[in-house]
Design a protein around this ligand. Structure first.
Ligand SMILES: NC(=O)c1ccc[n+]([C@@H]2O[C@H](COP(=O)([O-])OP(=O)(O)OC[C@H]3O[C@@H](n4cnc5c(N)ncnc54)[C@H](OP(=O)(O)O)[C@@H]3O)[C@@H](O)[C@H]2O)c1
Length: 311
């Protein structure tokens, strides 16, 4: 399957490695306004076409699907344009910046009968499926904690993380923490309480308590101004599960109330992005217009909760 990449920045460099371990995905073209022809990747891959204009890439009939790796605020425009060309889209997270934007995308998906999936890699790795099965073994879920905190203060102030239109922690990593919590606990939410640190319209830190109607309390913590070990912890009535780097699960440990432990390990094929690309390829081949693992309704729910946290 011939992929075109729109935006050849940091994460796109990881995508080109990830796709090598898929069954039939290959990089056919790169659309980039800033890439130079002496770029090491292009020098090594002279077969890859380069377009300075994203629209020209979309007009190329050899492009079977696109991966959008632009910074957040440009996703919506290029998702919509790709769908108008009937080109299936895998777009980086956050898919778009508001829940209403998801409605617009959803409408276009229906009108064009073309797939659009948010690249929330967490939900595509095998470890996540096993974790969901193991959750059924630890009794009633009482608390969930998940964090994603990194110190990005050293980045230039021109970074998209400090752009008022798209910057901040909630926009950048909200989809990981909230997507994980909402994915493993699909219950109705009663209320949300939030502590946050915002400076000049940019969210540097948030810690939100999500109270579910079934009594479970989840805590989501995210930051761009401090480092923390990344993990999730789920406490049930019979035991608890510790998941390091829950956004790309390789292993986790179940601590049973009787003092015994069980460690599970699910190494990746390729890298942590490979399985989401494989799943997307399978969906395109099977003519699907929604991902079963992470559909647009899931994306919208994350953004709705994000908006409640922002409010
Ligand atoms: N899944 C993951 O693990 C993961 C990890 C990191 C980031 N991401 C997501 O991936 C997306 C891209 O992140 P990144 O770190 O790769 O971003 P980046 O390297 O800063 O930028 C990606 C591309 O966006 C375009 N761009 C950047 N700034 C622009 C500007 N001011 N005006 C016009 N175009 C601009 C450029 O496209 P051209 O090539 O055309 O110049 C650039 O190559 C983000 O939405 C982020 O949330 C995902």
């Amino acid at each position: 399957m011939n992929f075109g990449i729109i935006g050849f920045g940091r994460i796109a460099r990881k995508f080109v490695q990830a796709i090598e371990a898929t069954d039939e995905g290959k990089i056919y073209a790169i659309g980039s306004r800033s890439v130079f022809m002496d770029d090491p990747y292009l020098k090594e891959h002279s077969e890859v076409k380069v377009y300075k204009d994203y629209e020209e890439l979309l007009n190329d009939p050899q492009v079977d699907a696109v991966y959008i790796a632009l910074t957040h605020k440009f996703h919506k425009e290029w998702i919509l344009r790709s769908l108008e060309h009937h080109v299936p889209v895998l777009s980086e997270k956050p898919l778009v910046l508001t829940a209403t934007d998801v409605d617009e995308i959803q409408e276009k998906v229906k009108k064009t009968n073309t797939l659009c999936t948010e690249a929330l890699k967490t939900k595509f790795n095998t470890g996540y499926d096993h974790l969901k099965e193991d959750l059924k073994r630890i009794g009633n879920i009482q608390t969930i904690y998940a964090n994603f905190c990194s110190d990005s203060l050293g980045l230039p102030k021109t970074s998209f993380l400090f752009d008022k239109e798209q910057g901040g922690a909630l926009n950048d990593i909200g989809s990981y923490v909230l997507g994980f919590i909402l994915g493993i606990h699909e219950e109705e939410i009663d209320k949300i309480e939030t502590e946050r640190k915002d400076i000049e319209g940019i969210n540097y830190y948030f810690r939100s308590k999500i109270y579910f109607k079934d009594g479970c309390i989840a805590t989501a913590e995210g930051a761009i101004d401090r480092e923390m070990d990344r993990y999730a912890k789920i406490v049930g009535t019979k035991g608890e599960i510790m998941i390091p780097n829950y956004n790309r699960i390789i292993d986790y440990t179940i601590h049973w109330n009787d003092g015994t432990t069980e460690t599970k390990s699910y190494p990746f094929k390729g890298n942590d992005m490979t399985m989401q690309i494989q799943d997307f390829i399978d969906d395109v081949k099977n003519g699907k217009v929604q991902s079963e693992k992470h559909c647009l309704v899931d994306t919208k729910k994350i953004l709705e909760i994000s908006e409640m946290i922002s409010a």
